[in-house]
Write a protein that binds this ligand. Structure first.
Ligand code: ADP
Length: 486
């Protein structure tokens, strides 16, 4: 089985969020499955960081795509050695700034073209006109809107026999662009309609993928249900409902090489479920590093997140003063919403020994917050899967979550019953509002003070197998179902 895994980010090459974690880990996990007798390659834009980090690079083809001269570079992932094809075009991809936006956070004006090229190359690689004719994929897994046009090109332009899956990591991002892009994207205008890639007079990359892919997947069973409703469907619920038989929800795993408190390269002290004491030293070091009061008895609550409406962290500033009065500390790492960043910064100034706020993207600090905190906070309004709550489980940092998407599928609220049968792994906020979040944090802190009960909750989470192995097997089953093979 030959599989092309098309993505716009993959850790450790380039990362803005969970999609990179999944793309960095899932193809490799599938590749290592005993039952997988095949060959999997990642396709990714050749951003500067990607070209700098890939190992054993060499050019394999030169092609003209949507009027852009591109070189296909073959290389290997620096850690796993998995095969990667990067699309090199310095004007499109080698820019200062992020994969989707410039240094000021403004979307690149030509994202339609940048990810149109990614999708077009993906489709070409699955066609009779492939620039790599000796490696024709049986199946392509596309990820989010950035590769959403690939199934459309495959069906409408290349008439490809390769089967396609579109995986939704977050339905909120749809890649909608002005109809003027039709020509530059070389899309057949007759399909710019409701039964096609048109979405309210715009070209929607995500809708194209949802409409033309053979199968659809998303990153948790609950989210697969939720996105068929008006509340979570972002206008695509109707289409998703018509495709419900083709839609599967598979919970993400975590990369246990990157995220393992027993071997995490970012931690000065290691610990595990059977030897938890090292966690205290990490907390001590974190308090020191962040200028918080060094106090083992102060409950330390961690946040690592994009700061957007989705994540529900706008509920936190109002209740922080009350919790600080109760002795709580906060280690916050997040960027996005500037108003919210300013709120957290103001609180950090007001309570320097109790609140620490860091903006920007810091992999090292994120691991230390995950390990050094007692409790992790994640009250998302919607959450396709969420990785941080999974890291929280693995690091003995029970998460406080809302009951949505992958959070609902991965965290068991602590109550009398779940304590009794050792299934309690965290705390569920009943409603996403300040009062409910406050009550839940207070409830968690009260239980944290009972060290024996807390240790059991930590154990319950740390013992769970949340590695990619079982999710990878489920993806392989989906690949086989899509290819109609046993
Ligand atoms: P999303 O993909 O919606 O942002 P996830 O929980 O699925 O949320 O994944 C987020 C990933 O990005 C996690 O690995 C998290 O640790 C990381 N992350 C988010 N913000 C930051 C940050 N400011 N610095 C470092 N890592 C971050």
């Amino acid at each position: 089985m030959r599989v092309l895994f098309a993505t716009s980010e993959a850790y450790p090459l380039i990362k803005t969020g969970g999609l990179a974690d999944v793309s960095g880990a899932l193809p490799n996990a599938i590749n290592h499955l005993k039952q997988f007798t095949g060959d999997i390659k990642i396709l990714i834009p050749g951003y500067s960081a990607v070209l700098a980090k890939l190992k054993s690079v060499h050019a394999v083809a030169k092609i003209d795509v949507l009027g852009q001269a591109c070189t296909l570079i073959s290389g290997m992932m620096p850690d796993s050695g998995l095969a990667v094809i990067a699309i090199q075009n310095s004007e499109l991809y080698e820019r200062a700034g992020g994969p989707y936006s410039d240094e000021n956070g403004m979307d690149w004006q030509d994202n339609a073209l940048r990810f149109g090229v990614l999708s077009r190359v993906a489709s070409l690689l699955c066609s009779d006109n492939s620039p790599l004719p000796n490696w024709l994929p049986d199946l392509i897994q596309c990820n989010d809107w950035q590769t959403g046009l690939a199934p459309a090109y495959m069906k409408l332009v290349d008439h490809s026999t390769t089967k396609s899956i579109l995986s939704i990591h977050n339905l909120a991002f749809q890649g909608c662009f002005d109809a003027n892009w039709l020509k530059a994207l070389e899309l057949p205008a007759e399909h710019f309609q409701i039964n096609g890639f048109e979405y309210f007079k715009q070209i929607s990359f995500l809708k194209a993928g949802l409409f033309y892919a053979d199968k659809l997947s998303t990153v948790s069973p609950t989210y697969a249900q939720e996105i068929q409703s008006k509340q979570f469907g972002f206008g695509l619920e109707g289409l998703l409902k018509t495709r419900q038989d083709d839609l599967t929800g598979i919970l993400n795993g975590i990369d246990t090489h990157e995220w393992n408190p027993a071997s995490d390269v970012h931690l000065e002290k290691h610990y595990s479920n059977s030897r938890i004491t090292g966690k205290k030293a990490v907390k001590h070091a974190l308090q020191q590093q962040l200028g918080l009061q060094i106090d083992a008895n102060a409950p330390l609550l961690g946040v690592v997140s994009r700061l957007t409406y989705q994540k529900g962290l706008d509920l936190l500033p109002d209740i922080i003063p009350k919790l600080v009065k109760q002795g709580c500390q906060f280690a916050i790492l997040g960027s996005g919403d500037k108003v919210l960043e300013a709120h957290f910064n103001a609180l950090a100034e007001l309570y320097p020994e109790h609140v620490s706020m860091n903006t920007g993207y810091h992999e090292h600090l994120s691991h230390n917050i995950m390990a050094g905190s007692d409790i992790f906070i994640m009250p998302s309004r919607f959450e396709p899967c969420g990785l941080n709550q999974l890291y929280g489980l693995a690091y003995g940092t029970p998460p406080i979550v809302s009951l949505t998407g992958g959070l609902a599928d991965s965290v068991q609220d602590t109550n009398e019953m779940s304590l009794k049968n050792n299934t309690a792994t965290g705390f569920v906020v009943k409603n996403v509002n300040n009062a409910s979040l406050l009550v839940t944090i207070e409830r968690a802190i009260k239980i944290w003070q009972n060290k024996k009960t807390w240790r059991q909750i930590q154990k319950n989470g740390m013992q769970r197998d949340i590695s990619w192995d079982s999710s990878a097997s489920t993806y392989l089953a989906l690949y086989k179902k899509t290819l109609q093979i046993n």
